[in-house]
Design a binder for this molecule. Structure first.
Ligand code: KIV
Ligand code: ZN
Length: 511
């Protein structure tokens, strides 16, 4: 049995299938390059047949990213496979990942196919993929709610047609670790058997919070590939977290005894980049990459850690790329700011630097000191969308208590100043209504979150919003020492994404 565990990252395919996430091809290339620095083995770059935008992203990643194998998802239908092969053609090495469903509910309700028809489509789909490339993966979707005998039959047909990786998805996060291990053992024995060319893989969803546990338990049943997404993003409750798998394997080498090639020091940077570009905040207490993952609050813990870090830390923060705290204040100038960016390994162009520095000074004036977390947030939020068409330049609030709240927003639209005033049932709502007027189209607020990330009366807050316009959703993020202003900035960032889409649609560009 090989001791090498393949890390297959699907942040750009399954991860992106989360509400409110719409990565542009540029964003996807940036994430793929960072995943290559993290040295994952396989990057699933997208689902080439699903949209022109996805096809373009797969094509660009295949052409530009070197190191990992680049994969595209495809249904068993010929057109999907042809489009995947076409989009991947310029890759150094590529894989076509063919899937179809094997559970009764999916076959009857979604595919409207008999089991025999499903088996025939697997044979045809995998053979067609094999006509393009030797590296073909097959996944029986909803495997954990399928008849295990049928899963084995489907996977055997896939292997006979040329699949080299057999991936068992727990599509709806239904499996318990023991059931999952039993299914994986069955697949290992009856599909792989003694065939060392076949890699058995897992792909788990987190509906019951078991994705990482199920994936790791599968290693004992012979799995040598784990699929995951950075920060665990994905459909519903998300996917297995790639970074948690990597650090579990590294930290518990004694237990798993498998090798990985990942450069763990790139984990934190990868997590931040994915969070920034998707607009999905990382839960504070998230394992490995949460901002509290290496923070010690109680006196007893602090005392222990000061004596010896290992009293309460099983991982070295440096191993995942976490940095020591930096403190910058309102008296710091451009040189100190540039030095701090340098220490964080952040490179900005002149326009981004000027924008981030202005915002830093504005916030430092109000708040005093800005730590590393605040500094990173300023960089991420202020440099995230430099091409924003509408920029917030002022916000004035009045009313409140027993009077109707009123917000006046001043923006520039394509450089021209514009002002609108609106009433709302609270200050945040009034600002949102005024901004919709400024942009010239209505939106519905789907999700609104405020995360204070420094303490004290002048704490800074990060506001994350998801808005809906027609069938599309857009995320936005803003920071400020003032919650209403931070909210307005988050609305502006989300509304700008919607505006970019509308402008793209008006000029015939792809969404
Ligand atoms: O969850 C799932 O079943 C999938 C497959 C397409 C692999 O994402
Ligand atoms: Zn999935």
């Amino acid at each position: 049995m090989s001791d090498r565990l393949v890390i297959f990252d699907t942040t750009l395919r399954d991860g992106e299938q989360a509400p409110g996430i719409a990565l542009s091809p540029d964003d996807k290339v940036a994430i793929a390059k960072q995943l290559a620095r993290l040295r994952v083995d396989v990057i699933e770059a997208g689902f080439a047949a699903s949209s022109p935008g996805d096809r373009e992203a797969v094509r660009r990643i295949a052409a530009q990213v070197r190191g990992p194998v680049i994969a595209s998802l495809a249904r068993t239908v010929p057109d999907d496979i042809d489009r995947a092969a076409d989009a991947l053609a310029e890759a150094e090495r590529y894989r076509i990942h063919v899937f179809t469903s094997t559970s009764p509910i999916h076959m009857e309700q979604m595919l409207r196919k008999t089991p025999e028809e499903v088996i025939a489509s697997i044979r045809e789909g995998v053979s067609r993929a094999r006509s393009y490339v030797d590296d073909v993966e097959f996944s029986p979707q909803d495997a954990t709610r399928s008849d295990p005998d049928f899963v084995v039959e489907a996977c055997r047909v896939a292997v006979a047609a040329g699949a080299t990786t057999i991936n068992i998805p727990d599509t709806v996060g239904y499996a318990m670790p023991a059931d999952f291990v039993a299914l994986m053992e069955r697949v290992y024995a009856d599909v792989r058997g003694g065939n060392e060319d076949i890699i058995v893989s897992t792909h788990c969803h987190d509906d019951l919070g078991l994705a990482v546990a199920n994936s790791l338990s599968a290693i004992h049943a012979g799995a040598r590939q784990i699929e995951g997404a950075i920060n665990g993003i994905g459909e519903r409750a998300g996917n297995t977290s790639t970074e948690e798998i990597i650090m579990a394997i590294k930290t518990r080498q004694d237990y798993f005894n498998v090798e990985i090639q990942a450069d763990t020091t790139e984990i934190f940077e990868t997590s931040r980049l994915v969070s920034r570009l998707t607009g999905y905040p990382v839960q504070f207490n998230k394992a490995v990459v949460g901002r509290n993952a290496f923070a010690h609050e109680s006196g007893i813990h602090q005392h222990g850690v000061l004596k010896n870090r290992e009293t309460y830390e099983i991982m070295d923060p440096g191993d995942v790329g976490q940095e020591s705290q930096l403190v910058l204040g309102k008296h710091s100038g451009r040189a100190a700011f540039a030095d701090a960016l340098d220490k964080l390994g952040v490179e900005l162009d002149d326009v981004e630097f000027a924008r981030a520095f202005d915002r830093f000074k504005e916030l430092a004036d109000r708040k005093g000191e800005i730590g590393e977390t605040g500094l990173r947030a300023i960089i991420e939020v202020e440099t995230g969308h430099p091409s924003d068409v509408v920029q917030l330049v002022g916000l004035h609030l009045s009313g409140g208590d027993r009077e109707t709240p009123v917000a006046t927003v001043r923006v520039t639209r394509g450089g021209e100043p514009f002002e609108t005033t609106a009433e709302g049932d609270g200050m945040v709502n009034a600002a949102f209504v005024a901004l919709q007027d400024a942009f010239g189209f209505p939106a519905t607020l789907l999700d609104y979150r405020v995360n204070p990330f420094t303490s004290g009366a002048d704490a800074m807050a990060e506001v994350n919003v998801i808005i809906q316009i027609g069938p599309a959703t857009y995320s936005g993020r803003g920071i400020s020492t003032d919650v209403v202003e931070g909210s307005a900035r988050a609305f502006v960032s989300a509304l700008n994404k919607a505006l970019a889409d509308r402008n793209g649609a008006a000029t015939g560009a792809e969404a």
